[in-house]
Design a binder for this molecule. Structure first.
Ligand SMILES: O=C(O)CCC(=O)C(=O)O
Ligand SMILES: [Fe+2]
Length: 246
């Protein structure tokens, strides 16, 4: 029997590893500590004792440090704020994010999450079925990660997703405890819910690369998301052209 395309592509599953000893991790901790202590950018954290009151990053951080019920600073956008750090993280992971290619003016997906015990995120698929990484700098995140087949059952993913190369056929839910210094990587198609088991600071990002472009494209085609499909087409041309010119 000749091997099928499916056999040739590695099945994508969530992974967890410590990067605590790497210089990149030290850089992240320093950069984010400085940012939290000094940024005047406005934020509106949700779900705390004083819900939905606008403050600054620094003001929020002071409340967080004081142990107050300060709510969850979720998806605080860091795109363009620490570009060198972002590049260093992708280099560490060995991922060639298409969003970081020269000439791309679509803002990269890069965020900060800060919240107390019990804050978190409900079950979701990441933006346009992209892949995610997440690094905890302080505290602990408890993850429940569901394989693509369960998202197909819930009609969050189109059924044809399971026939795509590299997509796991598993139906087993994965649970992960992510501690400070741990990097988790969640492939396209894996829905997840996350709870902070203590006061927690984390950075996270999403990407499209050679490894998941077909999964993002399939998702956008099947869900009829023409706007993102157009952006993906532009990005594909840019990456191809850049590689031809290199
Ligand atoms: O930590 C959270 O609340 C959610 C994190 C998440 O969903 C992600 O990194 O993709
Ligand atoms: Fe997520």
């Amino acid at each position: 029997m000749s091997p099928s395309t499916q056999d040739a592509v590695q099945v994508q599953v969530p992974t967890l590893r410590s990067m605590a000893d790497s210089p990149v991790y030290g850089d992240i901790v320093r950069s984010i500590s400085d940012y939290l202590a000094s940024s005047d950018r406005p934020v509106t954290p949700h779900g705390g004792a004083e819900p939905d009151v606008e403050t600054t990053v620094r003001g929020f951080h002071e409340r967080f440090r004081s142990g107050a019920d300060c709510g969850y600073l979720r998806n605080h956008y860091l795109g363009g704020v620490l570009p060198e750090l972002e590049r260093a993280i992708y280099e560490y992971m060995g991922i060639d994010s298409w969003l970081l290619h020269p000439g791309n003016d679509v803002n990269p997906w890069f965020w900060l999450f800060v919240g107390g015990t019990g804050t978190g995120s409900k079950l979701h698929l990441d933006v346009v079925n992209s892949a995610a990484w997440n690094i905890v700098l302080e505290g602990e995140k408890h993850w429940e990660i569901q394989p693509p087949a369960l998202a197909v059952d819930r009609e969050v993913l189109p059924p044809g997703m399971l026939d795509q190369p590299g997509v796991s056929a598993s139906r087993e839910v994965v649970t992960v405890v992510q501690k400070a210094g741990d990097l988790i990587q969640v492939p396209s198609g894996w829905c997840h819910r996350v709870t902070n088991a203590g006061p927690t600071v984390a950075v996270t990002g999403n990407y499209v690369s050679d490894d998941n472009e077909t999964l993002v494209r399939h998702f956008l085609t099947e869900t009829g998301d023409r706007m993102h499909l157009g952006l993906l087409d532009q990005l594909t041309q840019l990456v191809r052209q850049g590689r031809r010119d290199a």
